[in-house]
Design a protein around this ligand. Structure first.
Ligand code: NAD
Ligand code: DAO
Ligand code: ZN
Ligand code: ZN
Length: 409
């Protein structure tokens, strides 16, 4: 994806000879064997085929996962559609999943076969020398760069893929997850271990979109009670921003979308004002400012449209309004506004995965769900079965009334 492009040039990870020998010995001793299974392989633009693939055993600090549930996300579709100039083919897409550990590689601690795991495309190495993971500065971000270069290149940290096709040819990984496959291999630092009782279909929601929206409200803009909020785009991401804002006690929540079918769910989750830009003949930022006195405390773009990002910034409150870019724009797009908007006190920021650190901060979300403190079921609007179901899920996602289509293998 375009947002990950710059990451791909930084690959330098090398596995020491001694570690490579350990992997080899592990394999011949039979600790883990290659697995043949079904996967939906992206062969080229809009060419998704169910094939038998071979998934190699996990290498050092790697984990092989049995994928049980996969939720489709627009980033998968965007890459499949060929719009991402950096998209790699053939590859195994998918990055929102509920999985179970099948086997672990050399040096993996804290994970064992049978553990339930949400693979996270933002890893968390947690090492003392990682300024992005370790306090004090590591508290500010979830953007651990430990494996970003190789992840962006569609390979594991040692520079190779664990997937091969029936002819023995390499298939690339995607976002460090590749969950359109019955089995996948990920880095151990990408594995968020969740409770033994976690439902794996719900786990898939927390691998990306829904966590992102909740975290944008809770971590990135840190909404406080009584504030006003405007959310542009009411897919799963925007709706979860609304849900997170309501849970923080926001007093007024504007829900903005061109598709009025989205308003019912937005209201159920806490929206107080539903606004369709098509109903007005002036810019939507003027409409929202007109419905308030000075604008809105916290605003979010959840569309990926750069004009909407501008509108979200420009309806933020004079003096202190904060606007968060959550949507991912198409490759090459740029944002603009008059600098006066910032001079007069608005702040423009963005979020990746809602600022959540995968391994330490995602598992508590599932605990909250299981304890009834966090409602999540409403995001699953469509269900399909088998790896083939990913093809049906792609169609569902295009329909306009799908929040998340969950495919169970
Ligand atoms: P979605 O397509 O389901 O929802 C987008 C919504 O925006 C739709 O309801 C659509 O009708 C609405 N919309 C489109 N154009 C609009 C406009 N001009 N004005 C108002 N509404 C408009 O997508 P989603 O799954 O909810 O994801 C939303 C965005 O978040 C995507 O760009 C996705 O790539 C991005 N995303 C970002 C992160 C991150 O970490 N930053 C993570 C996940 C997803
Ligand atoms: O570490 O520089 C990096 C890469 C961070 C990737 C953040 C991606 C955020 C957008 C994800 C889109 C939806 C899957
Ligand atoms: Zn780190
Ligand atoms: Zn996603």
């Amino acid at each position: 994806m375009a947002a990950l492009r710059s990451a791909r040039v930084l690959c330098s990870a090398r596995v020491p000879l001694v570690q490579r020998c350990c992997v080899h010995l592990g394999q011949i001793r039979g600790f883990a064997s290659p697995i043949k299974c079904k996967a939906a392989v992206a062969r080229g633009v809009n060419d998704l085929r169910v094939e038998e693939v071979t998934v190699a055993p996990p290498g050092p600090r790697e984990v092989r996962l049995k994928v049980h549930s996969n939720a489709l996300c627009h980033t998968d579709i965007y890459t499949l559609s060929g719009q991402d100039p950096e998209g790699l083919f053939p590859s195994i897409l998918g990055h929102e999943a509920g999985t179970v550990v099948e086997s672990v590689g050399e040096g993996v601690t804290g994970l064992k076969p049978g553990d339930k795991v949400i693979p996270c495309y933002t890893p968390q190495c947690g090492e003392p020398d990682c300024i992005f993971c370790f306090p004090p500065r590591g508290k500010r971000t979830n953007l651990c760069p430990k494996i970003r270069g190789t992840q962006g290149n569609g390979v594991m940290p040692d520079g190779t893929s664990r997937f091969t096709d029936a002819e023995g040819k390499e298939i690339k990984h995607f976002m460090g997850c590749s969950t359109f496959s019955e089995y996948t291999v990920v880095a151990d630092i990408s594995c968020a271990k969740v409770s033994e009782t976690a439902p794996l279909d719900v786990c898939s929601l927390l691998g990306c979109g829904v966590s992102t929206g909740l975290g944008a409200a809770w971590n990135t803009l840190n909404i406080e009670g009584g504030s006003s909020v405007a959310v542009f785009g009411l897919g799963a991401v925007g709706l979860s921003v609304i849900q997170g804002s309501k849970m923080r006690g926001a007093a007024r929540i504007f829900a903005i979308d061109m598709n009025p079918k989205k308003f019912e769910m937005a209201k159920e989750l806490g929206a107080t004002d539903c606004v369709n830009p098509k109903d007005y003949d002036k810019p939507i930022q003027q409409v929202i400012v007109g419905m308030t006195k000075w604008g809105v405390d916290y605003t979010f773009d959840c569309t990926g449209n750069v004009e909407v990002m501008r509108a979200a910034l420009e309806c933020a409150h004079r003096g202190w309004g904060e606007s968060c870019v959550v949507g991912v724009a198409a490759a090459g797009k740029e944002i603009s506004t008059r600098p006066f908007q910032l001079v007069t006190g608005r702040k423009w920021t963005g979020t990746a995965f809602g600022g959540f650190k995968g391994r330490s901060e995602v598992p508590p979300l599932i605990d909250d769900y299981e304890a009834g403190r966090l409602k999540l079921d409403h995001y699953i609007t469509h269900r399909f079965h088998g790896v083939e179901g990913n093809l049906q899920a792609v169609e569902a996602l295009h329909s306009g009334d799908c929040l998340r289509a969950v495919v169970t293998y």
